[in-house]
Design a protein around this ligand. Structure first.
Ligand code: NAP
Ligand code: MG
Length: 497
């Protein structure tokens, strides 16, 4: 778990000019002229500046998006939009190394991860490219008197606001960009101020691919300013939001003004359940990486790890051994498995939970410390495992969003399902077993938008995932996601005489 010197990787040239908003096909400063530091969480250094967009900038961006929506763009043919998405995909692949480097410098994830996600993002873009014919029209049989032809159309909804979190913005933006470009909507993207650079860099790629001016606009800034203005804006038809449950609730309130449609993917406290009959050689690394991936900063991380009591001791011992093999360090360096947390604020939050654990009776099995030495200026936390956690403890109830696993022992299927569902969230869940019957019973019994059996966290764009309870609503991925960027219209046509 020791860091060595970071490999020298060039500073992407675009970082000098990142303090602009992308509105109507122009790079413009925020109207206030104010800026925000963009920080590399691996060492706390300022790597770029961002424009601090406010309500006035959101107004400009929404106006540009509306104008583009009312122009020729929304009448592009499905074929043209498909070709556009495929050109974007080609450019993504051409710029993969630069984009992965920017993402790593901005939000900390190791290059192995940010490089690895390029292929996944490419699949996501190609999936949306396959959906450009979604705005269909069908003729319906009807029982109306006379000769009436009844058609139902699906048409693009209009201007969509995409509010993106910091935990993987290069890919995360595609849950908004993909259906926007597939359907002929337009959008205003509000990246998180903690990680906006890959989204800003991508704007030029979109233009190079041929995305018309105003179809995609980007307003950087704080959630409480630019984000809140976007969520409340009367000219926005839909908000696609990923982030905390608390901010999600504010977005629901802000949407009331014009009853805008919402897609909300919020927090989670997902159960990952390991039965004694599972293949431990797969379950141990699987359960560890279900949390430690992206340093625990993934919405559906399997943070409540239920382990059948008969294997608890062995399992925790093997989790400790596995954790010790993970290398924590600057993500630009080769061989790093876990990067830093995103910010000082997130570090304080995670360390706060690590302090609470033992006070409420949990046993710290491994980890629990902030890393010092060469990593002292970054926001690094050791992979951490708490054992003997009970479901009522704070660390089992609240989302930590850090590399912290809580191990909770259980005895029976009934016992574990009751505890697994005793949470306000419902995003993910996992089960590890060799028994088909157990896999079926538990995957049916967990109340969440996705369950993984003998694997964790894999997502196919054609299948997707979603949430229930306080993890939000609206499906990401699949045709259903694309359809949620369309509205339905019935046309009754009297064709008598
Ligand atoms: P957050 O505040 O919900 O931020 C997510 C996005 O929403 C950011 O772009 C943020 O902008 C914006 N935002 C914040 N308040 C807003 C408001 N009132 N109106 C409109 N937009 C608003 O999340 P966070 O504080 O960065 O992270 C805290 C927690 O969020 C995590 O611990 C985790 O529980 C959850 N989270 C979940 C996911 C997920 O994938 N489901 C991803 C990230 C975080 P700024 O950040 O620029 O202020
Ligand atoms: Mg940053």
């Amino acid at each position: 778990m020791q860091d060595t010197k970071a490999a020298p990787i060039g500073r992407p040239a675009f970082l000098q000019g990142s303090n602009r908003l992308w509105i109507g096909g122009q790079w413009v400063p925020a109207q206030s002229g104010d800026e925000i530091d963009a920080i590399n969480p691996a060492d706390g250094s300022v790597i770029a500046r961002l424009a601090r967009g406010s309500a006035a900038d959101v107004d400009r961006a929404v106006a540009a998006a509306r104008k583009a929506f009312e122009g020729p763009w929304s009448r592009w043919s499905p074929n043209e939009r498909q070709k556009l998405l495929l050109r974007i995909n080609d450019l993504l692949l051409q710029h993969a190394e630069e984009l992965a480097t920017i993402e790593t410098m901005d939000m900390g994830a190791p290059l192995a991860r940010t490089r690895g996600t390029i292929g996944w993002i490419s699949g996501l873009i190609r999936f949306f490219a396959s959906c450009t014919g979604a705005a269909t029209a069908t003729t319906n049989s009807n029982s109306l008197p006379g000769r009436v032809m009844a058609l139902t159309h699906k048409a693009p909804l209009g201007v969509v606001g995409g509010i993106i979190p910091w935990n993987g913005p290069l890919g995360g933006q595609w849950w908004t960009l993909g259906p926007t470009l597939a359907t002929g909507c337009t959008c205003v993207i509000k990246p998180a101020e903690d990680a906006a650079l890959s989204i800003l860099r991508f704007a030029d790629i979109l233009t190079e691919a041929g995305v018309p001016d105003g179809v995609v606009n980007i307003v950087t800034g704080y959630g409480s300013e630019a984000g809140a203005a976007l969520a409340a804006h009367p000219g926005v038809d839909k908000i696609s939001f990923t982030g905390s449950t608390e901010a999600g609730r504010r977005i629901v309130q802000a949407s009331a003004g014009n009853l805008k449609r919402l897609q909300l993917e919020l927090g989670g406290k997902s159960p990952n359940i390991v039965f004694a009959d599972s293949d431990l050689d797969r379950a141990v690394p699987g359960a560890a990486m279900a949390v430690f991936n992206n340093s625990g900063q993934i919405c559906y991380s399997g943070t409540r790890l239920f382990v059948q009591r008969s294997i608890q001791e062995e399992f925790v011992e093997r989790l400790k051994q596995f954790s010790a093999t993970l290398k924590v360090g600057n993500g630009l360096q080769d061989g790093v498995d876990l990067g830093p947390l995103i910010s000082q604020r997130q570090l304080d939050r995670v360390m706060g939970y690590v302090d609470i654990g033992p006070k409420e009776g949990a046993t710290l099995a491994t980890g629990g410390a902030r890393l010092g030495g060469a990593l002292a200026s970054g926001y690094f936390v050791e992979p951490t495992v708490f054992d003997n956690v009970s479901n009522s403890m704070t660390i089992a109830r609240e989302e930590i969003f850090g590399p912290v696993i809580s191990v909770l022992p259980f005895d029976s299927v009934e016992d574990v399902l009751r505890m697994a569902n005793d949470t306000e969230y419902g995003l993910g869940g996992g089960v590890w077993t060799r028994s088909l019957a157990t896999a079926h019973q538990v995957s049916q019994g967990i109340r969440s938008g996705a369950v993984w059996v003998n694997c964790y966290g894999v997502v196919d764009p054609n299948v997707g995932f979603g949430g229930v309870k306080m993890s939000g609503y609206g499906w990401k991925g699949s045709q259903e996601h694309v359809d949620s960027f369309l509205y339905r219209k019935a046309v009754y046509m009297n064709i008598d005489g």
